[in-house]
Design a protein around this ligand. Structure first.
Ligand SMILES: Cc1ncc(COP(=O)(O)O)c(C=O)c1O
Length: 378
């Protein structure tokens, strides 16, 4: 099998698997139970939180364990919107967010009457900072942008965005979806009010997410219940999952530089190879995250190519797994105003430290064969 879809999810690390299964057996007690077994689970969970806080250079009570990054994005965006709605009802996001941000903003507009502005992107996926500056108003309560886009890998200048927000309206909160950045690019939470992370993108468990929320930011909770997670997320703690998150993040950060350098070489190789092929074009900008390479095979049906490659044991995707059921062009490529044929024929390749050069060569050979075998259908 050749797996080139690490952006969709990663295989579980052996190390995390071992630790997690050991924890599960022993630490079954409710972390909120008022007896020794419960205290012990709670202590381990809070130790994990403290370790993560130290790695991310934030305070322990600024971290909220969630069930996934989608939940963390919902909590951050709706939580801010509901909390600060008396201050203003205007939100700014970008046209290329993950569905968990895009659909949350859409719901806030359609169901709750908030006003949402979408920053446009150029044909490389870059936003325009001048446009951002012009959109921020006295009633703007939130700006939410991703750090690294999950389809084309474009990197947003989050430091510059934060600076503009805090200059134009210091009361506006800035939330960043950092799911595709953690363990890959430097994460600095200094100028950011809220940030989201997911464990299964960094060889950790599925069903494990994290929200960073600065002390100065207040949220209305979405899951009302007990006192868990500082009253921001009711429900019995998924303790062992939360305990093992510290190790997951530590392993990702420890090898970040080496993995980045390695994957950059893979990406450089692939770009050169793709450029040699007339049937293909590259959609990811040159300065994108090297972990993602979005290409198109104009006039071929991407899902036909994906299934043809699958029959050779090769796994790639057409777009984000969360939007894979939709048949039209991805909203990211549509927002880039690419040629229609390019936009509807995209293939997303994504790499990790587990990807080998031999795998990429085998993939290229199989892709060449697929392009010959699968007839152009449009
Ligand atoms: C940029 C981005 N944000 C959010 C998510 C959602 O993560 P999760 O699967 O943990 O909900 C993903 C996953 O595809 C993503 O790529």
């Amino acid at each position: 099998m050749i797996y080139l879809d690490y952006v969709a999810t990663t295989p579980l690390s052996d190390d995390i698997y071992q630790t997690y299964t050991q924890l599960l057996k022993k630490y079954f007690a409710n972390a909120d139970s008022a007896y020794r077994l419960g205290y012990e689970v709670n202590r381990l969970m809070e130790t994990s939180r403290a370790k993560i806080a130290s790695m991310l250079h934030v305070k322990e009570d600024e971290l909220i364990f969630t069930s996934c990054a989608s939940e963390a994005n919902n909590l951050a965006i709706k939580g801010v919107a509901f909390q600060y709605q008396n201050r203003g009802r205007h939100i700014i996001t970008t046209a290329i967010e993950h569905s968990s941000v895009a659909n949350t903003c859409r719901e806030l507009a359609e169901v709750f009457g908030f006003e949402v502005d979408y920053l446009s992107v150029d044909n490389q996926g870059h936003i325009d900072l001048e446009e951002l500056k012009s959109l921020i108003r006295p009633d703007t309560i939130l700006v939410t942008t991703m750090y690294v886009n999950n389809e084309i890998g474009v990197i947003n200048p989050i430091k510059d965005i934060a600076k503009i927000i805090k200059t134009v309206n210091p009361k506006t909160k800035y939330h960043v979806d950092m799911v595709q950045a953690l363990g890959k690019l430097p994460v600095d939470l200094n100028d950011i009010d809220l940030a989201t992370f997911s464990a299964h993108k960094i060889f950790g468990l599925k069903g494990s997410g994290l929200l960073y929320k600065k002390h100065s930011t207040t949220l209305v909770p979405l899951i009302n219940g007990g006192q868990q997670e500082f009253d921001l997320r009711g429900g019995t703690s998924n303790a062992c999952t939360n305990i093992v998150l510290a190790k997951t993040i530590r392993l990702a950060l420890e090898s970040q530089k080496a993995h980045y350098d390695y994957v950059k070489k893979l990406n450089d190789f692939m770009r050169e190879e793709i450029k040699k092929r007339e049937a293909l074009v590259i959609n990811s900008p040159e300065d994108a995250s090297p972990f993602i390479l979005n290409i198109s095979a104009p006039h071929y049906k991407p899902e036909v190519l994906v299934h043809d490659l699958e029959s050779s044991g090769i796994y790639i995707s057409t777009k984000s797994a969360c939007s894979s059921k939709a048949t039209e062009a991805s909203h990211t490529l549509a927002a880039m105003h690419l040629d229609e044929e390019v936009a509807i024929s995209a293939l997303r390749l994504s790499f990790s430290h587990l990807t080998t050069m031999d795998e990429l060569k085998t993939f290229l050979k199989a892709l060449d064969e697929s392009l010959t075998r699968v007839r152009k259908q449009r």
